[in-house]
Design a protein around this ligand. Structure first.
Ligand SMILES: [Zn+2]
Length: 448
């Protein structure tokens, strides 16, 4: 059957691309750009029709922006993915991260192992497979379709924002943007047996705060009463004891209502009567897991700490970095205000580093949303489709500046174990769900 050989070719293409270690690093000099060049050359080889029929420009040196010209010149669609990956060494991996090994488990379920299979070369290959296939059948979309494939998503680089600036300068406002994000998951909601397709409609903001205490240095044999390190530690403890307020944002409530309708009793009743159960539920989410806790508030973690240069010196400077993920009903300025009040010490200097506001919430009604929903249902008929707030950040947040319909969804089934391999060891994708991912884009293209 033709479909079968198409599927086999697709998994082999993904394997080929996973083997090219396009690892992005925060220090640009540490990045092996040859791998990125090699990756793009390989794409050209594997997807010749796309490269023939679509216009291609390189943005910010390495981000690929394809333009597929539609039949008319209405608002375009944008399909996104990224081809950089986070670092991985062989240590702790059952199969080497850049080996792209096909493995059948004891239940006969086949997976392709390797860094980037789920995040995010899997999606990238699914998009290209669908476009290449559609071109082969002579298909042309109604309006333009852009494919935007970033090169520095994992280091929150400038690729995607440069694309957005470029599109802005050309007055382009996409009617729909689809990027990685949520997935088809199971067992995340008490009382619900069906799989749930979570589609990110917004993402939290990010901010690092550098807290610094300066002091006269000297020998540690005659220390001051309150060393800079102690002052800093006190500030951190005060901050830790004053968590940010918790609340359900409207998207959380929409998710609870949508999924709750499909829950078994008594959960159905609990999720369906939020006027009565909202506060106890909020308390429950605060305790259930780190993930549910993060859903309902701005989170903070002290990620870095430093003091004196030598073991026997009084620190001239004590410094901490607090990484903060900002709830979508909050803002950078209110977070800084909260921290200042919690710390209660003017000698602790607070500096903001790379602040990003939470992104606006995309609409969950109208044509774009309905298309996302119905396309997911075609491929995953058992899944309940719901909006949610993404906890992590992705490239698509930049696109919220030019579109009210930015949807973050990786069209794959991911178990809890598989989700745990993202940015960690033993990342892998089930072959079957990868094929479903291709079908998702096959179906989606027909609507664009
Ligand atoms: Zn990613």
């Amino acid at each position: 059957m033709a479909t079968d050989s198409r599927h086999k070719a697709a998994i082999s293409n993904l394997a080929t691309l996973v083997k090219i270690p396009t690892v992005s690093r925060l220090d640009n000099d540490g990045t092996d750009w040859n791998q990125f060049t090699k990756f793009r050359a390989k794409l050209r080889e594997l997807y010749p029709e796309c490269h023939k029929a679509l216009d291609l420009e390189l943005v910010d040196n390495s981000t690929l922006l394809f333009r597929w010209r539609g039949k008319s010149d209405g608002q375009p669609a944008v399909l996104m993915a990224h081809y950089d990956v986070v670092p991985a060494t062989v240590e702790g991996w059952e199969h080497p991260p850049f080996g792209a090994t096909l493995v059948k488990d004891e239940n006969g379920v086949e997976s392709l192992w390797g860094r980037g299979t789920l995040d995010d070369k899997g999606s990238l290959v699914c998009v290209l497979e669908a476009v290449e296939h559609a071109l082969g059948k002579g298909f042309r979309p109604q309006n333009d379709v852009y494919l935007s494939f970033g090169h520095d998503e994992e280091v929150a680089g400038t690729g995607a924002s440069s694309v957005v600036e470029l599109l802005k300068s050309r007055n382009i406002t996409p009617w729909i943007v689809v990027d990685e994000g949520g997935a088809v998951v199971e067992g995340i909601f008490p009382g619900v047996d069906r799989p749930i397709a979570v589609v990110g409609v917004s993402e939290k903001g990010i901010l690092s705060l550098r807290l610094t205490v300066l002091q006269q240095g000297g020998h540690a044999s005659a220390p001051p009463k309150n060393a800079a390190t102690i002052r800093l530690a006190r500030a951190l403890l005060r901050l830790n004891s004053k968590p940010f307020p918790k609340s359900f944002v409207p998207t959380n409530l929409e998710m609870i209502r949508t999924v709750g309708k499909e829950a078994k009793q008594p959960f159905k009743w609990v999720f369906g009567n939020l006027w009565l159960t909202k506060l106890p539920l909020l308390a429950l989410f605060g305790k259930l897991s780190d993930e549910t806790r993060a859903m309902i508030r701005t989170t903070q973690v002290v990620s870095q700490l430093s003091g004196a240069q030598a073991a026997n010196a009084i620190p001239e400077k004590a410094e901490a970095v607090v990484n903060i993920r900002i709830a979508i009903d909050s803002s950078v300025s209110s977070v800084v205000e909260h921290v200042r009040k919690a710390i209660r010490d003017p000698l602790v200097q607070i500096e903001t580093v790379h602040p990003t506001e939470p992104s606006p919430v995309s609409e969950t009604s109208g044509r774009a949303w309905e298309i996302i929903k119905s396309t997911i249902s075609k491929v995953y008929p058992r899944a309940i489709v719901t909006p949610y707030v993404m906890l992590g950040a992705s490239d698509s947040r930049h696109f919220a500046q030019i579109s009210n319909h930015v949807y973050r969804f990786s069209p794959f089934e991911m178990s809890a174990v598989e989700r745990g391999t993202l940015h960690a060891k033993n990342e892998r994708i089930r072959v079957e769900t990868f094929w479903n991912g291709i079908r998702f884009y096959d179906e989606l293209l027909l609507e664009l």
